[in-house]
Ligand binder design. Structure first.
Ligand code: SF4
Length: 86
């Protein structure tokens, strides 16, 4: 199992694009003014559309999650269950 899981609640994105400037390798601006999480799978949780990636390399994902003004990017250590960000 990859070491980290990133969960991004895309429908709650307000288009501030802090994530894109912090981690352009993982986040990109979309025409609907929300950020896309690159290569994510999508999961519907109630009313939320959660985009998920699992990876062993964090890169700048923690910084991106911390920069998001609405705290909708979560970084979890899958080994310990600890939430690393936001
Ligand atoms: S920083 Fe948060 S609100 Fe801004 S584009 Fe990224 S996910 Fe959306």
């Amino acid at each position: 199992m990859p070491r980290y899981r990133i969960e991004y609640i895309r429908n709650k994105c307000i288009g501030a694009f802090a994530c894109v400037s912090m981690d352009p390798a993982s986040f990109a601006m979309n025409d609907d003014n929300k950020a896309d999480l690159t290569n994510a799978r999508k999961e519907q949780r109630g009313e939320d559309e959660v985009w998920i990636i699992e990876t062993d390399e964090l890169g700048s994902l923690v910084q991106a999650a911390q920069a998001c003004p609405v705290n909708i990017i979560k970084v979890v250590d899958t080994k310990t269950g600890k939430v690393l960000a936001p």
